[in-house]
Design a protein around this ligand. Structure first.
Ligand SMILES: Nc1ncnc2c1ncn2[C@@H]1O[C@H](COP(=O)(O)OP(=O)(O)OP(=O)(O)O)[C@@H](O)[C@H]1O
Ligand SMILES: [Mg+2]
Length: 236
């Protein structure tokens, strides 16, 4: 049994078929990649798993419990965290204040929340901008902030949507190290990215979507040699 099992997931927007029966199994403790051309339906998949969009049909089981079409807060509370393709932050608040937002609904003291925030900020090398308003940090730091803020609730499954987009090489190294560290502590990742080298470095299994369907699944090496994958990218 996988930690997350997606079966036959379908979604249309105004008659446009965006997901046409997607199957993905994520094993507990793995870092799985999701790649595919623009418009393949990758972000839509995350939006459905996290409860933002409703699926038309199909099943999503997390820890063997059906979560399809559950409200966002229920999915989050069960232990599924996610980041967005365009990172979200509370601009007027400081970096630390951003980190403390999720703790409002957690049953921990402020001191414990600050301790946890500081540990995550240090891992993300954001401790140096702890007191800065979020609007003043770089785009890459903003992506890291969204990631570690989401980790405040200690989710078991983490969905990252294009985490490497628009972040400089030094911060990409920080991000890769962060994902590995959290994975060593037992966290499971599903990672959307166009950056095939980074995906190859982090992931043992890669799922390829194109035009709302599964076209391949395998190791990064298998995916690179798969003619259907080359066709999907070149044909696009
Ligand atoms: N809320 C929406 N309403 C209507 N159409 C949508 C909506 N969200 C996504 N789509 C459409 O669904 C398709 C898949 O979009 P999606 O954002 O999931 O692709 P993606 O694989 O994440 O692409 P990219 O690599 O560019 O991020 C696109 O044709 C997009 O225009
Ligand atoms: Mg997307």
């Amino acid at each position: 049994m996988g930690l997350l099992e997606i079966r036959g997931l379908k979604k249309q927007f105004d008659g446009l078929v965006v997901l046409d029966g997607i199957d993905i199994v994520v094993e507990d403790g793995e870092i799985q990649g999701v790649i595919g051309p623009n418009g393949a339906g990758k972000s839509t998949l995350f939006n459905i798993v996290s409860g933002i969009y409703r699926a038309d049909s199909g099943s999503i089981r997390f820890r063997d419990r059906e979560i399809v079409n559950r409200p966002v807060y229920r999915v989050a509370r069960m232990g599924v965290g996610r980041t967005f393709q365009v990172a979200r932050a509370f601009d007027e608040m400081t970096v630390l204040e951003n980190m403390l937002v999720p703790s409002v609904v957690m049953h921990i003291s402020r001191a414990e929340a600050v301790r946890r925030a500081d540990e995550l900020l240090e891992l993300a090398t954001l401790d140096r901008v702890r007191e800065n308003p979020a609007i003043e940090i770089s785009g890459g730091q903003r992506k890291l902030l969204e990631f570690v803020r989401m980790m405040m609730t200690d989710p078991d499954l983490i969905l990252l949507d294009e985490p490497f987009n628009g972040i400089n090489p030094a911060l990409i190294e920080v991000l890769m190290r962060l994902v590995r560290r959290l994975n060593e502590r037992g966290k499971t990742f599903l990672l959307i990215s166009h950056e095939i080298p980074h995906v190859s470095e982090l992931c043992n299994t890669v799922t390829v979507l194109a035009a709302g369907t599964n076209i391949a699944r395998g190791t990064p090496a298998e995916i690179r040699e798969n003619p259907a994958v080359l066709d999907a990218y070149l044909g696009h």
